[in-house]
Design a protein around this ligand. Sequence first.
Ligand code: DQA
Length: 143
Amino acid sequence: MKLLVINGPNLNFLGIREKSVYGTENYDDLLRMIQEKAEAEGCQIEVFQSNHEGAIIDRIQDAYFDGTDAIVINPAAYTHTSIAIPDAIKAVGIPAVEVHLSDISKREAYRQISYVSDVAVKTIYGKGFEGYKEAIEYLEKSL
Ligand code: DQA
């Protein structure tokens, strides 16, 4: 299985930003964990991070052409504002699992709205880095 993991704005600042919310492990730690999990599951993985909505949409569209079987996406703040990202996921028709490190259901009211959930096959939140592992496992089992 060819898997694409997409991380949205400010996730590259893990370990620096709001440690009480997102923990002390940094972005490289997350990349390492994702890589190890992908190897354990025997899937090919690419991780893409961008702070720009358009770049995320371009990468989702490219996935249509490059043989990507499934997407794991943490759209970060774009979760709550972007219609174009869920539109792109719908357009390419590739199954996507939405992941959030924090429990967005218990945070500010504006974080409790996710436009991406409408198009995701599954949404995982509040499990920290483990959420990415769960998403990879879910896609590996269900595809
Ligand atoms: C986040 C939650 C979002 O509300 C926030 O804007 C983020 C990260 C999470 O992983 O918990 O940047 O997606």
